[in-house]
Design a protein around this ligand. Structure first.
Ligand code: GH3
Ligand code: MG
Ligand code: MG
Ligand code: MG
Length: 314
């Protein structure tokens, strides 16, 4: 009941960009007492573009897991000193490794043994002898799911944009990049005008639709390399690398106009909303930290509100 916005398309675009960012260099840790098997698994996965570490002596497992930060652990189920399921149980005692995928390497076919091993903390099995293609696909998929999940956790549920802490982190990262390259960077702060009135008049559910519509518009108007976040309730932050305040102002004005034209429908009536924005860039204020840039953008946003809203200030 909102003017056509191709939300599935935007979702696909976001998913594609997540995929791209998440490809390759999967970090896999393998523990097995069979040196020849270790060498084989290492060769296959390394050739497939993964970063592999192998361990013959399980007593180094905790150290190595801490230093290597694997995204997948392959554990031999039967070793002379200690069994794989004991190692899995040990790893699971640490909260930081609760979501770490663990697969057992085994010839074991006894269903009770296998069920027991799963209960101890492993997520599944790779049967020996290990086929090359099966191994690669299994490892790649496990890591991909983990990365997608980690990415999803960083996103706001209503808009699919970064959450408060994550957009601030992204700003810090992009600022370092901008300092290295000498390119400008702009920070945009946007806030929906009189949003309390929207909630009070049309209800919280429709208010949520308005918020998610702004999220969709942001992903449509900014570049894929721009970092977008829902900063607070009806407040958004965009970090634009390689973009000075003048270019950002033109862009944000187009977005502001597009938003003001959208008609939201509530039974027999319809209404439209507007938003105000403030922009700060590193050109005018070189050497500023993320926090200070955000304050400047917020001050500019305040100016826009003072000037009657539905406008952009630098
Ligand atoms: P201004 O033009 O000065 O920005 O006025 P405003 O009414 O937009 O500003 P104010 O900060 O007073 O109101 C923001 C409102 O946004 C208050 C809060 O209830 C509402 N809000 C915050 N988060 C959400 C949300 O997730 N969903 C909905 N529907 N409303 C939200
Ligand atoms: Mg063995
Ligand atoms: Mg507001
Ligand atoms: Mg606000």
């Amino acid at each position: 009941f909102v003017k056509p916005l191709n939300i599935p398309n935007v979702a696909a675009k976001i998913t594609r960009s997540i995929r791209k960012r998440h490809q390759g260099e999967e970090r896999v840790l393998i523990i097995d007492d069979d040196v020849d098997l270790l060498a084989y698994l290492n060769t296959v996965l390394t050739h497939a573009g993964m970063t592999v570490e192998t361990l013959q002596d399980p007593s180094h497992l905790l150290d190595r897991t801490s230093s290597f930060q694997p995204e997948l652990v392959l554990l031999d189920l039967h070793m002379p000193e200690v069994s794989g399921d004991e190692l899995a149980a040990m790893l699971r005692q640490f909260e930081k490794w609760n979501n770490l995928p663990i697969l057992y390497l085994t010839q074991e076919q006894d269903q009770q043994e296998r069920a027991h091993a799963l209960m101890r903390g492993g997520d599944g099995f790779i049967n020996k002898p290990v086929g090359e293609e099966f191994l690669i696909k299994t490892c790649r998929n496990r890591v991909r799911r983990l990365r997608d999940m980690q990415h999803a956790i960083a996103l706001d549920g209503l808009t699919g944009l970064l959450r408060h802490a994550n957009i601030k982190e992204a700003l810090g990262t992009e600022l370092q990049g901008a300092a290295r390259s000498g390119n400008p960077l702009s920070v945009v702060m946007l806030d929906i005008d009189h949003f309390k009135h929207v909630n009070d008049t049309y209800g919280h559910a429709l208010g949520d639709v308005v918020i998610s519509t702004v999220g969709t518009l942001l992903t449509q108007h900014f570049r894929r390399s721009d970092r977008l976040g829902r900063y607070g309730g009806e407040e958004f932050v965009a970090v634009l690398p390689n973009c000075d305040a003048n270019a950002a102002e033109r862009l944000v004005n187009r977005l502001r106009e597009a938003f003001a034209e959208i008609k939201f429908v509530d039974r027999e009536t319809s209404f439209s909303c507007s938003l105000s924005a403030g922009i700060a860039d590193t050109r005018n204020f070189p050497g500023l930290m993320g926090e200070q840039l955000l304050e400047l953008a917020d001050a500019a946003l305040y100016t826009s509100k003072q000037n009657g809203r539905n406008c952009v200030s630098v």
